[in-house]
Design a protein around this ligand. Structure first.
Ligand code: FPP
Length: 281
Protein backbone atom coordinates (compact mmCIF):
# COMPACT_ATOMS: atom_id res chain seq x y z
CA UNK A 1 0.00 0.00 0.00
CA UNK A 2 1.31 3.47 -0.81
CA UNK A 3 2.67 4.97 2.40
CA UNK A 4 0.97 8.12 3.60
CA UNK A 5 3.21 11.15 3.99
CA UNK A 6 1.02 13.16 6.31
CA UNK A 7 1.73 13.37 10.02
CA UNK A 8 -1.60 14.76 11.09
CA UNK A 9 -2.46 14.01 14.69
CA UNK A 10 -5.98 13.89 16.18
CA UNK A 11 -5.67 17.60 16.98
CA UNK A 12 -2.67 19.79 17.61
CA UNK A 13 -2.03 19.54 21.37
CA UNK A 14 -1.52 22.66 23.42
CA UNK A 15 1.55 23.72 25.35
CA UNK A 16 -0.12 22.83 28.64
CA UNK A 17 -1.03 19.30 27.47
CA UNK A 18 1.57 17.59 29.64
CA UNK A 19 1.12 19.62 32.82
CA UNK A 20 4.19 20.65 34.83
CA UNK A 21 7.47 19.77 33.12
CA UNK A 22 10.98 19.25 34.51
CA UNK A 23 13.62 21.62 33.04
CA UNK A 24 14.86 18.77 30.81
CA UNK A 25 11.33 17.97 29.58
CA UNK A 26 10.59 21.66 28.98
CA UNK A 27 13.76 21.97 26.91
CA UNK A 28 12.79 18.95 24.77
CA UNK A 29 9.15 20.04 24.51
CA UNK A 30 10.29 23.40 23.15
CA UNK A 31 12.10 21.63 20.32
CA UNK A 32 8.97 19.71 19.28
CA UNK A 33 6.79 20.78 16.39
CA UNK A 34 3.41 19.73 17.79
CA UNK A 35 1.81 19.76 14.34
CA UNK A 36 4.27 17.17 13.01
CA UNK A 37 4.17 14.42 15.60
CA UNK A 38 4.14 10.80 14.41
CA UNK A 39 0.65 9.39 13.88
CA UNK A 40 1.52 5.97 15.27
CA UNK A 41 4.33 5.16 17.72
CA UNK A 42 5.30 1.52 18.28
CA UNK A 43 7.52 0.44 21.18
CA UNK A 44 9.63 -2.65 21.84
CA UNK A 45 9.85 -2.47 25.63
CA UNK A 46 13.13 -4.28 26.20
CA UNK A 47 15.56 -4.53 29.10
CA UNK A 48 13.34 -5.37 32.08
CA UNK A 49 15.41 -8.43 32.96
CA UNK A 50 18.72 -6.55 32.80
CA UNK A 51 17.30 -3.68 34.85
CA UNK A 52 16.37 -6.18 37.59
CA UNK A 53 19.67 -8.03 37.33
CA UNK A 54 21.63 -4.78 37.82
CA UNK A 55 19.75 -4.36 41.11
CA UNK A 56 20.12 -7.99 42.20
CA UNK A 57 16.36 -8.39 41.93
CA UNK A 58 14.39 -11.22 40.30
CA UNK A 59 13.59 -10.62 36.59
CA UNK A 60 9.91 -10.20 37.36
CA UNK A 61 10.71 -7.08 39.41
CA UNK A 62 11.89 -5.54 36.12
CA UNK A 63 8.57 -6.35 34.47
CA UNK A 64 6.67 -4.85 37.38
CA UNK A 65 8.74 -1.70 37.22
CA UNK A 66 8.22 -1.63 33.44
CA UNK A 67 4.50 -1.06 33.95
CA UNK A 68 5.33 2.42 35.31
CA UNK A 69 7.13 3.32 32.08
CA UNK A 70 4.15 1.96 30.14
CA UNK A 71 1.83 4.24 32.12
CA UNK A 72 4.00 7.32 31.47
CA UNK A 73 4.31 6.51 27.76
CA UNK A 74 0.58 5.86 27.34
CA UNK A 75 -0.46 9.02 29.16
CA UNK A 76 2.08 11.23 27.38
CA UNK A 77 1.18 9.95 23.90
CA UNK A 78 -2.55 10.33 24.64
CA UNK A 79 -2.06 13.89 25.84
CA UNK A 80 0.04 14.72 22.79
CA UNK A 81 -2.94 13.47 20.76
CA UNK A 82 -0.95 10.86 18.92
CA UNK A 83 -3.41 8.66 17.01
CA UNK A 84 -2.07 5.24 17.95
CA UNK A 85 0.47 3.70 20.34
CA UNK A 86 1.43 0.03 20.15
CA UNK A 87 3.30 -1.64 23.01
CA UNK A 88 4.97 -5.04 22.49
CA UNK A 89 3.98 -6.79 25.71
CA UNK A 90 4.34 -10.49 24.88
CA UNK A 91 5.50 -12.26 21.74
CA UNK A 92 4.60 -15.72 20.46
CA UNK A 93 8.25 -16.59 21.18
CA UNK A 94 8.02 -15.45 24.83
CA UNK A 95 6.33 -18.78 25.72
CA UNK A 96 9.89 -20.20 25.60
CA UNK A 97 10.62 -18.45 28.91
CA UNK A 98 10.28 -20.29 32.24
CA UNK A 99 6.64 -20.94 33.15
CA UNK A 100 7.00 -18.90 36.35
CA UNK A 101 7.91 -15.84 34.24
CA UNK A 102 5.14 -16.32 31.62
CA UNK A 103 2.59 -16.91 34.40
CA UNK A 104 3.81 -13.73 36.11
CA UNK A 105 3.55 -11.70 32.90
CA UNK A 106 -0.03 -12.88 32.27
CA UNK A 107 -0.99 -12.06 35.84
CA UNK A 108 0.74 -8.67 35.62
CA UNK A 109 -1.17 -7.83 32.47
CA UNK A 110 -4.49 -8.72 34.10
CA UNK A 111 -3.60 -6.58 37.13
CA UNK A 112 -2.49 -3.78 34.84
CA UNK A 113 -5.75 -3.71 32.89
CA UNK A 114 -7.73 -3.55 36.10
CA UNK A 115 -5.57 -0.92 37.78
CA UNK A 116 -5.09 1.36 34.78
CA UNK A 117 -8.69 1.37 33.50
CA UNK A 118 -9.49 4.73 35.22
CA UNK A 119 -6.46 6.35 33.53
CA UNK A 120 -7.41 4.78 30.18
CA UNK A 121 -10.97 6.09 30.48
CA UNK A 122 -9.91 9.52 31.72
CA UNK A 123 -7.73 9.93 28.66
CA UNK A 124 -10.49 8.66 26.30
CA UNK A 125 -8.26 5.82 25.06
CA UNK A 126 -9.63 2.95 22.95
CA UNK A 127 -7.90 -0.36 23.58
CA UNK A 128 -7.07 -3.02 21.02
CA UNK A 129 -5.05 -6.21 21.32
CA UNK A 130 -2.85 -7.44 18.49
CA UNK A 131 -1.94 -11.11 18.31
CA UNK A 132 -3.28 -14.63 18.62
CA UNK A 133 -5.39 -13.69 21.60
CA UNK A 134 -7.58 -16.81 21.19
CA UNK A 135 -4.60 -18.88 22.37
CA UNK A 136 -4.18 -16.94 25.63
CA UNK A 137 -5.31 -18.37 29.00
CA UNK A 138 -9.10 -18.06 29.28
CA UNK A 139 -9.00 -15.53 32.15
CA UNK A 140 -6.70 -13.25 30.12
CA UNK A 141 -8.99 -13.56 27.09
CA UNK A 142 -11.91 -12.44 29.23
CA UNK A 143 -10.02 -9.40 30.55
CA UNK A 144 -8.88 -8.50 27.04
CA UNK A 145 -12.46 -8.66 25.75
CA UNK A 146 -13.68 -6.66 28.70
CA UNK A 147 -11.05 -3.91 28.20
CA UNK A 148 -11.97 -3.63 24.52
CA UNK A 149 -15.70 -3.49 25.24
CA UNK A 150 -15.33 -0.91 28.00
CA UNK A 151 -13.26 1.41 25.82
CA UNK A 152 -14.95 0.76 22.46
CA UNK A 153 -16.76 4.11 22.44
CA UNK A 154 -13.70 6.21 23.30
CA UNK A 155 -12.61 8.73 20.70
CA UNK A 156 -8.99 9.46 21.65
CA UNK A 157 -5.78 7.56 21.06
CA UNK A 158 -5.92 3.89 20.10
CA UNK A 159 -3.72 1.88 22.48
CA UNK A 160 -2.71 -1.46 20.98
CA UNK A 161 -1.19 -4.08 23.24
CA UNK A 162 0.66 -6.68 21.19
CA UNK A 163 -0.03 -9.85 23.13
CA UNK A 164 0.92 -13.33 21.97
CA UNK A 165 2.05 -11.41 18.91
CA UNK A 166 4.36 -12.43 16.06
CA UNK A 167 4.88 -10.46 12.86
CA UNK A 168 5.17 -13.58 10.70
CA UNK A 169 2.15 -15.15 12.41
CA UNK A 170 0.20 -11.97 11.67
CA UNK A 171 0.99 -12.14 7.95
CA UNK A 172 0.08 -15.86 7.87
CA UNK A 173 -3.19 -15.08 9.69
CA UNK A 174 -3.96 -12.31 7.18
CA UNK A 175 -3.29 -14.66 4.24
CA UNK A 176 -5.57 -17.29 5.74
CA UNK A 177 -8.29 -14.69 6.35
CA UNK A 178 -8.05 -13.65 2.69
CA UNK A 179 -8.26 -17.29 1.56
CA UNK A 180 -11.28 -17.88 3.80
CA UNK A 181 -12.95 -14.76 2.39
CA UNK A 182 -12.30 -15.86 -1.19
CA UNK A 183 -13.40 -19.45 -0.61
CA UNK A 184 -16.72 -20.10 -2.24
CA UNK A 185 -16.37 -17.12 -4.57
CA UNK A 186 -16.04 -18.03 -8.21
CA UNK A 187 -12.50 -17.14 -9.23
CA UNK A 188 -10.26 -15.53 -6.62
CA UNK A 189 -8.78 -12.06 -7.04
CA UNK A 190 -5.00 -11.62 -6.92
CA UNK A 191 -3.79 -10.58 -3.49
CA UNK A 192 -2.77 -6.94 -3.31
CA UNK A 193 -0.79 -4.99 -0.68
CA UNK A 194 -3.96 -3.10 0.19
CA UNK A 195 -5.86 -6.36 0.70
CA UNK A 196 -3.15 -7.73 2.97
CA UNK A 197 -2.97 -4.52 5.04
CA UNK A 198 -6.73 -4.68 5.48
CA UNK A 199 -6.50 -8.19 6.98
CA UNK A 200 -3.68 -7.44 9.44
CA UNK A 201 -4.44 -7.07 13.16
CA UNK A 202 -3.79 -3.32 12.71
CA UNK A 203 -6.42 -2.90 9.99
CA UNK A 204 -7.71 0.67 9.92
CA UNK A 205 -4.74 2.16 11.78
CA UNK A 206 -1.96 4.14 10.13
CA UNK A 207 1.34 2.26 9.93
CA UNK A 208 3.78 3.22 12.71
CA UNK A 209 5.99 6.09 11.63
CA UNK A 210 8.20 5.81 14.70
CA UNK A 211 9.49 2.55 16.20
CA UNK A 212 11.23 2.90 19.56
CA UNK A 213 13.34 0.09 21.01
CA UNK A 214 14.84 0.35 24.46
CA UNK A 215 17.98 -1.34 25.85
CA UNK A 216 20.16 -0.89 22.79
CA UNK A 217 19.49 -4.04 20.76
CA UNK A 218 19.45 -3.41 17.00
CA UNK A 219 16.69 -5.86 16.12
CA UNK A 220 13.03 -5.70 15.14
CA UNK A 221 12.24 -9.03 16.86
CA UNK A 222 9.30 -10.11 14.68
CA UNK A 223 7.38 -6.92 15.53
CA UNK A 224 4.95 -5.38 13.03
CA UNK A 225 7.09 -6.64 10.14
CA UNK A 226 4.73 -5.45 7.42
CA UNK A 227 3.74 -2.17 9.06
CA UNK A 228 7.22 -0.82 9.88
CA UNK A 229 8.28 -0.80 6.20
CA UNK A 230 8.84 2.99 6.33
CA UNK A 231 9.06 3.57 10.08
CA UNK A 232 11.89 5.64 11.54
CA UNK A 233 13.71 3.51 14.09
CA UNK A 234 14.93 5.01 17.37
CA UNK A 235 17.07 2.77 19.55
CA UNK A 236 18.02 3.98 23.02
CA UNK A 237 20.41 2.36 25.52
CA UNK A 238 17.93 3.18 28.28
CA UNK A 239 16.39 0.05 29.79
CA UNK A 240 12.59 -0.01 29.64
CA UNK A 241 11.95 0.57 33.39
CA UNK A 242 14.09 3.75 33.12
CA UNK A 243 12.27 5.01 30.01
CA UNK A 244 10.89 8.31 31.28
CA UNK A 245 8.80 11.08 29.73
CA UNK A 246 12.03 12.92 28.84
CA UNK A 247 13.31 9.88 26.92
CA UNK A 248 10.01 9.69 25.01
CA UNK A 249 10.16 13.40 24.14
CA UNK A 250 13.76 12.87 23.03
CA UNK A 251 12.61 10.11 20.64
CA UNK A 252 9.94 12.43 19.21
CA UNK A 253 12.46 15.25 18.74
CA UNK A 254 14.83 12.82 16.99
CA UNK A 255 11.96 11.62 14.76
CA UNK A 256 11.34 15.17 13.60
CA UNK A 257 14.97 15.55 12.55
CA UNK A 258 14.73 12.62 10.16
CA UNK A 259 14.08 13.21 6.49
CA UNK A 260 11.46 10.79 5.26
CA UNK A 261 11.71 9.96 1.57
CA UNK A 262 9.71 6.72 1.14
CA UNK A 263 12.06 5.57 -1.60
CA UNK A 264 11.88 8.93 -3.39
CA UNK A 265 14.42 11.73 -3.38
CA UNK A 266 14.83 14.77 -1.19
CA UNK A 267 12.32 17.56 -1.83
CA UNK A 268 13.75 20.24 -4.13
CA UNK A 269 16.35 17.80 -5.49
CA UNK A 270 14.48 16.78 -8.65
CA UNK A 271 16.00 18.00 -11.89
CA UNK A 272 13.94 20.05 -14.32
CA UNK A 273 12.29 17.79 -16.95
CA UNK A 274 14.39 19.37 -19.73
CA UNK A 275 17.81 18.56 -18.25
CA UNK A 276 16.66 15.05 -17.31
CA UNK A 277 16.01 14.26 -20.97
CA UNK A 278 18.66 12.24 -22.79
CA UNK A 279 20.67 14.48 -25.09
CA UNK A 280 19.62 14.07 -28.72
CA UNK A 281 16.27 12.54 -27.80
C1 FPP B 1 11.26 -7.45 27.54
O1 FPP B 1 12.25 -7.38 28.54
C2 FPP B 1 9.95 -7.25 28.14
C3 FPP B 1 8.92 -8.13 28.08
C4 FPP B 1 9.01 -9.42 27.39
C5 FPP B 1 7.65 -7.87 28.75
C6 FPP B 1 7.13 -6.48 28.66
C7 FPP B 1 6.06 -6.33 29.65
C8 FPP B 1 5.88 -5.30 30.47
C9 FPP B 1 6.68 -4.07 30.45
C10 FPP B 1 4.78 -5.40 31.44
C11 FPP B 1 3.75 -4.37 31.22
C12 FPP B 1 2.88 -4.66 30.09
C13 FPP B 1 1.98 -3.76 29.68
C14 FPP B 1 1.13 -4.04 28.53
C15 FPP B 1 1.84 -2.49 30.30
P1 FPP B 1 13.19 -8.63 28.79
O2 FPP B 1 12.59 -9.46 29.86
O3 FPP B 1 13.40 -9.38 27.50
O4 FPP B 1 14.50 -7.94 29.24
P2 FPP B 1 16.00 -8.48 29.06
O5 FPP B 1 16.27 -8.45 27.56
O6 FPP B 1 16.81 -7.48 29.80
O7 FPP B 1 16.05 -9.85 29.64
Amino acid sequence: MAPTKSHTTLQVPTLSALGPLTPEEADLFEKLDLARLPRHVAVIMDGNGRWAQQRHLPRVAGHRSGTKSARTTIETCARLKIEALTLYAFSVENWRRPKTETDFLMQLLREYLRREMPLIQKNDIRMQFLGRTDDLPMAVQEDVRDAMQRTAGNQGMVLCIALNYGGRAEIVDAMNAILAEQNGHAGSAAITEEMLSRHLYTSGLPDPDLLIRTSGEMRVSNFLLWQIAYAEIFVTETLWPDFSRARLLEALVEFQKRERRYGGIREGQSEPEESARVVGE
